[in-house]
Design a protein around this ligand. Structure first.
Ligand SMILES: CC1=[NH+][C@H]2[C@@H](O1)O[C@H](CO)[C@@H](O)[C@@H]2O
Length: 498
């Protein structure tokens, strides 16, 4: 019997796998009697998979430790997936008799689940029971990432997004094997994280947002909940406190953070470069250390982002003085620094990860840092910035780095983008989404999809697979998944959406 073609074969997975071999005669049919088998350590991933599949199928899909005779279903195995797949890869086999997913870690299993879910009909993403067959496309996949770090950034400072909105975005980016979420928590227009030793930062700094829109902030409990939710999606949160510039909200909250001792007026416009902490004032470093200490206590991840961009109101010598004092603070709290690539002029420890963004000032200093041993995180604004307008008619976004259509965003290789920075000197890629012009989840989704999927593929898939003509066909097949999930994606004319 030749079953109807499935919507997506293993070769259609985004990010495209290292090896994927369709075997159409081996499609698997999930039924009401199917089970999910997982040994103890794989239970969380198994329950996550069950939660993905139960709503639309209406099937119980119990998670069991071993198969009862004759029961078919999905097996999650930990520990013998082979060296090639490493600690983030997996092996997936879909056969008539059942589905087997193997990985050396739960991160790998979680990534494999993201691939597996794309082999179901898009209707699997519905939240109500769909009366249809659930045919999973047959084949074999062996997969692992090109770069360790594939990230997304959400600017929650220009506009505040509630915890549930952040969690929604976490679920959306997890589908593409993104494994870090950089939260831009503070800026001129808002301070979004409760700091108990400096309460007015959130109480006052959290009141404002761009354009006078509603502000808000995360209590430490809410923030920890977001961090835990991200961890349950195998995503590490990287919190950013932008400094020594982009600090107006903090300086509007505490007069002592200003050289003249007076609080500055709140700002809700979108200018950049006008603010600076008072570098010569000792209390500045007590403030920074208190913030870093409290943030480190809420950060299971190794990295804290110390900003560093557009410090146009901080004299270069002061900028260096500032980071000479601040960067060592991270080590005190057992954290490492990441920061906008401007920090390379401060000669940070080689464990620091400079985040490349500003193509106009692609200074040789970044290459010099890479030579010294710093791993560079690539997020060039004219490729990876999800807040860039697609074209001049885009209703949302900015265009200081140019208009960035879906193809533009896909058409680059991090390993050759920067003169003097080669593949082995890269930490990975990140897709920043700045929120000057965004207010709702629908706004976030319009800018992030489809381009986030492309950046995720650039971060995960082998360079040899990188090809716009084949990618755009795979991308088109993601459309029905996003429609079923209610993602408000931009239907770029460059893609023949399914
Ligand atoms: C690192 C960096 N600093 C600037 C720049 O990126 O552009 C963003 C908008 O695209 C803006 O919001 C941000 O403050």
């Amino acid at each position: 019997d030749n079953p109807p073609p499935t919507e997506r074969a293993v070769t259609d997975i985004v990010p495209v796998p290292v090896e994927a071999r369709p075997e159409p005669g081996t499609n698997f049919k999930l039924t009401a009697g199917s089970v999910i088998r997982a040994e103890h350590q794989a239970k969380d991933v198994a329950e996550y998979l069950g939660a993905l599949l139960r709503p639309a199928t209406g099937f119980p899909l119990p998670v069991v430790e071993r198969f009862d005779r004759g029961k078919a279903g999905i097996t999650l195995e930990l520990g013998d997936a082979g060296k090639r797949v490493g600690d983030q890869g997996y092996q997936l086999t879909v056969a008539r008799s059942g589905i087997t997913l193997k990985a050396n870690t739960t991160d790998g299993l979680f990534g494999g689940v993201q691939s597996l879910r794309q082999l179901f009909p898009a209707a699997i993403n519905k939240t109500t029971v769909q009366h249809q067959d659930w045919i999973v496309s047959g084949g074999k996949v062996l997969d692992y990432p090109r770069f360790k770090q594939r990230g997304a950034m959400l600017d929650v400072a220009r506009h505040f997004f509630k915890p549930d909105q952040v969690k929604r975005y976490i679920d959306q980016i997890a589908q593409y094997k993104v494994n870090t979420l950089h939260l831009h928590l503070t800026d001129d227009q808002g301070w979004r994280i409760e700091i108990k030793s400096w309460p007015r930062l959130a109480e006052i700094g959290g009141l404002t947002a761009v354009g006078g829109d509603p502000g808000g902030y995360y209590t430490q409990e809410q923030y920890k909940d977001i961090v835990n939710y991200a961890a349950s999606r195998h995503i590490t949160v990287i919190p950013e406190v932008d400094m020594p510039g982009h600090t107006n909200a903090a300086q509007a909250s505490y007069g002592e953070l200003n050289c003249d001792g007076k609080p500055v007026p709140p700002r809700t416009d979108i200018e950049v470069g006008y603010s600076s902490l008072c570098i010569g004032n000792p209390i500045t470093y007590k403030f920074v250390e208190d913030v870093i200490r409290e943030l480190a206590a809420m950060t299971p991840g190794k990295y804290i982002h110390v900003g560093g961009d557009e410090a146009h109101s901080t004299p270069p010598a002061d900028y260096k003085t500032f980071y000479d004092k601040v960067t060592p603070m991270l080590a005190t709290y057992d954290k490492k620094a990441t920061g906008w690539h401007n920090i390379v002029v401060t000669n940070p420890p080689t464990s620091a990860i400079p985040q490349y963004w500003d193509t106009a000032n692609a200074n040789a200093d970044v290459a010099a840092a890479a030579q010294r041993g710093n791993k560079i995180l690539m997020s060039p604004a004219n490729k990876a910035y999800l807040d860039m307008q697609y074209n001049k008619d885009s209703p949302l976004g900015l265009h200081w780095a140019g208009y960035v259509e879906v193809k533009d965003s896909y058409s680059w290789d991090p390993a050759t983008f920067l003169q003097g920075v080669t593949e082995s000197q890269l930490a990975g890629v990140e897709a920043p989404l700045w929120s000057e012009t965004l207010r709702t989840s629908a706004d976030i989704e319009y800018m992030a999809f489809p381009r986030l999927a492309g950046i995720a593929e650039i971060g995960w898939s082998p360079a040899a697979t990188h090809n716009w003509d084949t990618y755009r066909v795979r991308l088109a097949k993601q459309g029905p998944i996003w429609a079923a999930q209610g993602i408000n994606f931009y239907r770029s004319p460059q893609v023949d959406w399914k």
